[in-house]
Design a protein around this ligand. Sequence first.
Ligand code: CDP
Ligand code: CDP
Length: 226
Amino acid sequence: SGGRINVAIDGPAGAGKSTVARRVAEQLGYIYIDTGAMYRAVALAANRAGISPGDADRLAELVKTIDIALEPGADGQTVWLGGENVTAAIRTREVTLKVSEIASHEAVRMRLVEMQRKLAASKGVVMDGRDIGTHVLPDAEVKVFLVASVKVRALRRYQELSESELVPIEQLEQEIAERDRSDESRDISPLIRAKDAEVLDSTDLTIDQVVEHILDVCRTKTAEAK
Ligand code: CDP
Ligand code: CDP
């Protein structure tokens, strides 16, 4: 693998995982994989097919044939669902409100985890999600558990909203807290820090500070891996 490593970044919504993971990958010349986007694509497909988030049987059927592709690009990752560009469609509020329940089903997780492991098989991957360090890539050389206060995470999301999407920040805070609870309490691969993951609290850190810290850790590990 030529000294290449895998980097796992887990944590709750709005902690900064995707922003930071994308930059770390860019700096290292690695591939960035946003596993949350894959769960969102399943949620979008389910929504369109009229499958309710609690319908385990129909979701199991759906993921058997689902065609999701991630394409790394200069300004982020393009997400394809059956040949359609769904990069924007998977970020709607409707998808956000349903994705956590969709992601709690065993059949859904098994299918996506299989895809994720394949993508990381030749190393040189920065992957973000909820269960990367604990379950998807337990052997990842670098594991970060990125956290931040609920208030700051809600504020970050609020600042990303367009005018047509505006909702009160208190509501965002509630929805984020609810998704945290759901992700942390599910039976299969809940959101939890891997024992060997470093906890990094980004509440009072800039993006650059978080990126630099992770890059330092990666450079040390890459030197060891040579
Ligand atoms: O970007 P944001 O933090 O809002 O969430 P995301 O990373 O896009 O993930 C959306 C949802 O997918 C999460 O709330 C989890 O329910 C689920 N997910 C998961 O279960 N496992 C992963 N590895 C990644 C996401
Ligand atoms: O992927 P995740 O849901 O963990 O977070 P994100 O989608 O990367 O969103 C984090 C938001 O907070 C982005 O708008 C970042 O610009 C901002 N931010 C950050 O990521 N890290 C900081 N230390 C400060 C702000």
